[in-house]
Ligand binder design. Structure first.
Ligand code: SF4
Ligand code: SF4
Length: 294
């Protein structure tokens, strides 16, 4: 294995460790352990996949299930750290910083500069659940509508403000917070299933998720992207488009020899795994990046 093939694993590891140092400074050493652990896992997994790329999807989903399961079952349901978006408002009224804001700062405002929306395909528990259960593809492509996505985010903010002022503040009571964690997750799963039935796979993620709304603003500047590295090998088989859970027109980008610069791309690499001609891969070569975003 040549050193250059370890570029992606090494930069992933360094980036997560750097994030761990920053969060340690703001909070405590447990966050450094968490993020450097994620970085080390990324390094090991990506190094393994350099040699055995045929296992890319199985390994990714196992890692996502483990990381997502840890965040949901241990940090959320056992300790009571709420990672859902309204918790940012609940915490803000008490002047505290916990899971939801840390997730936004790290996974949605820092990680997008080097790994785009990869949190959605590497760590999100609802993401792995939807990816395994919400696989139905619709014939019509429903693009993310900015007004709908930002309107939904605003609605969550307003709802959280009403809850805090008229009902209860989950920031100050662990038992209430755990009840909110269960309720919010059940709500997202229910909405996700209904939307997927109507408009196809990972519909909640594609159309509404407030975290993707935020990270999608920055992901066009991601250092790593799926890129055509051997464009002339493309046979036009369209397997990349058919497999993409986020309905990205991968082949359209390949035809123009452009990096996949789409705000909905979650870097799951399903298109990379589906391509039998090794046309595309995750790479950092910026020569074919066009920052015009779709
Ligand atoms: S374009 Fe490829 S990496 Fe991006 S979401 Fe679609 S399948 Fe995943
Ligand atoms: S799967 Fe590969 S060969 Fe087929 S259209 Fe996509 S990029 Fe081209």
């Amino acid at each position: 294995m040549t050193i250059s093939k370890l570029k992606v694993p090494f930069i992933s590891f360094s980036s997560f460790t750097f994030i761990g140092l920053i969060v340690w400074w703001f909070r405590d050493i447990r966050y450094f352990a968490l993020f450097s652990g994620i970085g080390m896992t990324e390094f090991c997994v990506r190094s393994f996949l350099v040699k055995y790329p045929q296992y890319r999807q199985q390994v990714r989903l196992i890692v996502q299930a483990i990381v997502g399961g840890f965040l949901l079952f241990f940090l959320s349901l056992t300790i009571g750290v709420n990672f859902q978006f309204p918790q940012i408002i609940f915490d803000a009224t008490e002047g505290i910083v916990t899971g939801a804001l840390i997730q936004t700062l790290v996974a949605r405002l820092i990680v997008p500069f080097f790994l785009g929306n990869a949190f959605c395909s590497r760590a999100c528990w609802t993401g792995v659940f939807f990816e395994l259960t919400n696989t139905k593809k619709s014939k019509k492509v429903y693009e993310r509508n900015n007004y709908l996505a930002w309107g939904y985010l605003l609605l969550l903010v307003i709802t959280a403000i009403v809850v805090v002022n008229k009902m209860v503040n989950p920031a100050t009571d662990v038992a209430v917070r755990k009840a909110f964690i269960i309720g919010e997750n059940l709500y997202i799963i229910t909405v996700g299933f209904v939307l997927t039935f109507l408009v196809g796979s990972r519909a909640y993620c594609r159309l509404l998720c407030p975290f993707l709304t935020i990270s999608g603003l920055l992901s066009p500047w991601s250092y790593f992207k799926v890129r055509p590295t051997q464009q002339t090998n493309c046979s036009g088989c369209m397997k990349c488009n058919k497999t993409c859970p986020m309905y990205v027109d991968v082949h359209g980008f390949v035809k123009e020899n452009r990096a996949i610069n789409h705000r909905q791309c979650i870097l799951c690499e399903r298109c990379v795994s589906a391509c039998n001609n090794d046309v595309i891969k995750v790479d950092s070569n910026r020569s074919n990046t066009n920052y015009t975003m779709k």
